[in-house]
Design a protein around this ligand. Structure first.
Ligand SMILES: Nc1ncnc2c1ncn2[C@@H]1O[C@H](COP(=O)(O)OP(=O)(O)OP(=O)(O)O)[C@@H](O)[C@H]1O
Ligand SMILES: [Mg+2]
Length: 460
């Protein structure tokens, strides 16, 4: 953590002066709107001030509907978010941008972490009150959606996310897969030992990699089953004493998801499959994009992504796609975020700013520890019809495939030859069908014996 910049004390002198004037201006405005209330006091968060209002006995919450523009005008601010009420209180909150924004330092967030949390417990930002906001991606995700308009702070946030994990986990404990179609945002991480494969920038490679992640998930399930463990955590606890290699968490970060899926729709199927069952296997997805629309973030994908991070978006309907509620259209930008988990009430927080110098220091410190040691199964991301990637079946193959599927699901184990003789086809076609079954997640291969088994977790 000594590699990170030290937080500078916030200088709120100017903000306090202005907040006092705003309290008065708001009180006057609400009086002129005939809302009986008292603007009581204000609290600061790094990017915004919350003016807190106590209602009169008779005042209805509805009186605050549609007063945003009046308030913006009275306080001369570009944006306002009204919390009616502030969750957990009887007060109404009026959030307005600070006159002077105090940057949040990553170190400031990290030192707030409670002891004995998992490695995947990461800081998200500083809320208006209380400790920094942390989420355990494994427990509270297991997958995450990050969305916001251009320039709203997604990449800065993803960088703080990656850096936090680099500081917490060794390359044996955690590996990243980074898909970065923009080619610039994450290139600084090339060659760190925490990568499972070099950073992927081509959509064709990304779609193959996602399929291989699905296969990896199946293999991990099989391994867990053989060792009688419920999940990766239990497995690693048991392995640790035996001096065997750990099963690393795999965190797959996909930036500019809409761009990728626009070029290859099959990525969506892989994500949906990983979405359903990747938690126990320690595979976690982080999907980032600018403009969430329902066709890009379909229900099939969303139902398994429970951690949602919204930065400023253009319209309320964008916010609804991300958080299932409005609000992100009222954020102020520059790392101002709303985070919701499992559809709960979103929490507003200010993300940390991280400079390129800080990132470089951490990256260099990681690089000198060790050379990257890539997963062989995530290399050579080219379509190969003979080893299971992008196996394309013609119509006749598809009929064989359906028959083979019924056959293999009725067996406890089998070989390619068994499948070939059942179907009455040659070795080449049997091979292709088995590869397609592997790719679909219907079956998994036992690394030790080379035989195939039906995937116990296969869901039709
Ligand atoms: N947490 C933050 N604190 C202060 N400033 C920030 C923060 N996050 C972002 N910014 C400012 O906003 C700029 C743009 O942020 P960022 O590159 O993360 O946007 P983005 O959402 O990834 O945009 P795009 O979709 O175009 O890639 C940053 O260069 C920085 O100046
Ligand atoms: Mg970006």
């Amino acid at each position: 953590m000594s590699l990170l910049d030290n937080p500078q004390p916030a200088n709120d002198f100017e903000n306090i002066q202005i907040a006092r004037a705003r309290v008065q201006a708001l009180q006057q405005k609400l009086e002129s709107l005939r809302i009986a209330c008292r603007v009581n006091y204000f609290t600061f968060s790094p990017a915004f001030t919350t003016l807190r209002i106590k209602n009169g006995e008779e005042t209805s919450m509805r009186e605050y509907n549609n007063i945003d523009l009046d308030v913006m005008q009275a306080l001369a601010v570009s944006s306002v978010r009204i919390l009616n009420p502030i969750p957990g209180t009887k007060e109404v909150g009026v959030e307005v941008p600070n006159a002077k924004v105090n940057p949040v330092y990553l170190k400031e967030l990290l030192i707030d972490e409670e002891p004995n949390k998992s490695i995947l417990n990461v800081p998200f930002g500083k809320p208006a009150m209380g400790r920094s906001l942390f989420y355990d991606v494994a427990k509270q995700g297991p997958h995450m959606l990050v969305a916001g308009a251009t320039g709203s702070g997604k990449s800065v946030f993803l960088n703080t996310f990656i850096i936090s994990l680099l500081l917490k986990a060794t390359p044996d404990e955690l590996k990243f897969v980074i898909i970065d179609p923009k080619m610039v945002e994450f290139s600084v991480y090339n060659d760190i030992p925490h990568l499972a494969c070099p950073i992927i920038t081509e959509s064709s490679e990304a779609s193959i990699l996602m399929k291989r992640l699905v296969v990896e998930m199946g293999e991990r399930y099989h391994k867990l089953k053989l060792s009688g463990c419920r999940d990766i955590k239990e497995y690693n606890e048991r392995i640790r004493d035996k001096n065997m290699p750990l099963m690393p968490y795999l965190v797959c970060i996909i930036d500019e998801y809409a761009e990728l899926i626009g070029q290859d729709k099959s990525i969506e199927d892989s994500i949906a499959r990983l979405g359903q069952m990747a938690r126990a296997a320690g595979i976690h997805l982080v999907v980032a994009l600018q403009k969430p629309t329902v066709d890009v973030i379909s229900g099939k994908i969303k139902s398994n992504i429970l951690l949602r991070v919204a930065f400023h978006v253009a319209a309320g309907k964008d916010s609804e796609v991300i958080l299932d509620s409005r609000g992100a259209e009222k954020l102020f930008g520059n790392g101002d975020m709303l985070v919701s988990q499992s559809g709960g009430e979103p929490t507003r927080a200010q993300g940390a700013y991280i400079s390129m110098e800080e990132i470089n220091r951490v990256v260099e410190a990681c690089k000198i520890q060790r050379k990257p040691d890539y997963f062989p199964q995530f290399l050579d991301l080219v379509e190969k019809t003979d080893d299971g990637d992008g196996v394309s079946l013609n119509d006749e193959d598809k009929i064989y495939f359906d028959r083979a599927k019924k056959f293999v699901l009725s067996k406890s184990f089998f070989t390619k030859t068994n499948v070939g003789s059942f179907l009455g086809v040659g070795a080449g076609r049997a091979d292709k069908i088995v590869m397609a079954l592997l790719q679909e997640g219907v079956i998994i291969q036992d690394n030790r014996t080379g035989k195939y088994n039906p995937n116990p977790d296969y869901i039709e």
